[in-house]
Design a protein around this ligand. Structure first.
Ligand SMILES: [Zn+2]
Ligand SMILES: [Zn+2]
Length: 316
């Protein structure tokens, strides 16, 4: 698939680890332009924005000034200011507050924890079981040792549906990888005698649930992100900046998922998840994402490539 211009709507302005280096919006845009990206989405994780800028208000005023200067200097580039928030509960509670979301251009939301308040985790555990490194995270290990597949799937479906109904959500980041796919590799270590049961797309999204979720996504204008890092090895056209060199963070049914998204006419957004400055070269490096969309038959008109195709928080 040959796209005239690209978009990268998932670029973090800080690295995730100390000393938390950062760079300017202009640095990001220069690399984006080299890669033919004309729509750039700047985000920070909600927690990192508070850590580095003290408040969402400060984050917005600082980055917005930079964006204004860069858009003047490089006409033709559109830069959006966003946050990558986390969903904490099955009924859709996010870490970011609505009054903070209103200050942004767009809100990207990912599932970085097992959503609480459903069948898997009590509500008090919200935000506690993160799907990162299981080492040093006893609550995650305990969870992995005893969860039931039906509960995990039901909670993912409920949390996902609530995101599709949330008026502030613009993009669903890496929609299946967290927690479903990444959990699998830890599950295999902690429950070696059991078989992982989420294999086919129908295991996670049976037709009736898929219909409910994707009709809401379409009605509410929520785009599903195709993240460049997770394409299964056999389909990859670029092996740099992937989440794992093997298939342990990938899901063979990703293509089936995006076929479904295509059938429902839900929008798709492109994202690299680059954390600059360490991953500046990752910005706009989208060959795997585009290959996935080609394999799934997604057409250019369903890909978010310009600002006017993004559901903006401020228009609410
Ligand atoms: Zn994320
Ligand atoms: Zn991210």
């Amino acid at each position: 698939m040959q796209l005239k211009y690209l978009a990268d709507l998932h670029i973090h302005m800080h690295e995730d680890f100390p000393p938390y280096r950062s760079c300017s919006v202009e640095d990001v845009v220069k690399v984006a332009l080299e890669r033919n990206v004309r729509l750039v989405g700047i985000v920070e994780h909600y927690g990192s924005a508070l850590l580095h800028y003290k408040s969402i208000e400060n984050y917005c005023s600082k980055i917005r000034k930079e964006i204004e200067a860069v858009e003047k200097k490089f006409p033709g580039v559109e830069v959006l200011l966003g946050i990558e928030a986390s969903i904490l509960t099955v009924d859709g509670e996010l870490d970011i507050k609505p009054e903070e979301a209103k200050m942004l251009d767009f809100l990207l939301v990912g599932m970085h924890h097992i959503p609480a308040g459903g069948s898997c985790l009590p509500r008090e555990m919200k935000g506690k079981v993160s799907v990162g490194d299981i080492k040093g995270n006893p609550s995650y290990q305990t969870f992995l040792r005893k969860f039931k597949f039906g509960d995990l799937i039901a909670d993912w479906q409920e949390a996902t549906l609530s995101l599709m109904q949330n008026p502030y959500v613009s993009i669903y980041a890496h929609p299946v990888q967290w927690p479903i796919v990444v959990m699998k590799k830890f599950f295999i270590k902690l429950r070696p005698k059991e078989k992982w049961c989420i294999n086919r797309i129908e295991d996670l999204l049976p037709p009736d649930i898929a219909q409910e979720i994707f009709l809401e996504a379409k009605r509410n204008g929520v785009a599903w992100e195709v993240n460049n890092g997770f394409l299964p090895v056999k389909y990859r056209v670029d092996n740099e900046y992937v989440c794992c060199k093997d298939d342990s963070n990938s899901w063979s049914e990703l293509i089936e998922l995006f076929k479904m998204i295509r059938e429902y006419g839900v929008k798709v957004s492109l994202g690299t998840d680059a954390h600059v400055p360490g991953e500046l070269k990752r910005v706009g490096r989208l060959a795997n994402a585009i290959e996935l969309l080609r394999l799934a038959g997604v057409k250019e008109q369903n890909i978010v490539l310009r600002k006017n195709q993004v559901k903006l928080c401020r228009e609410l």
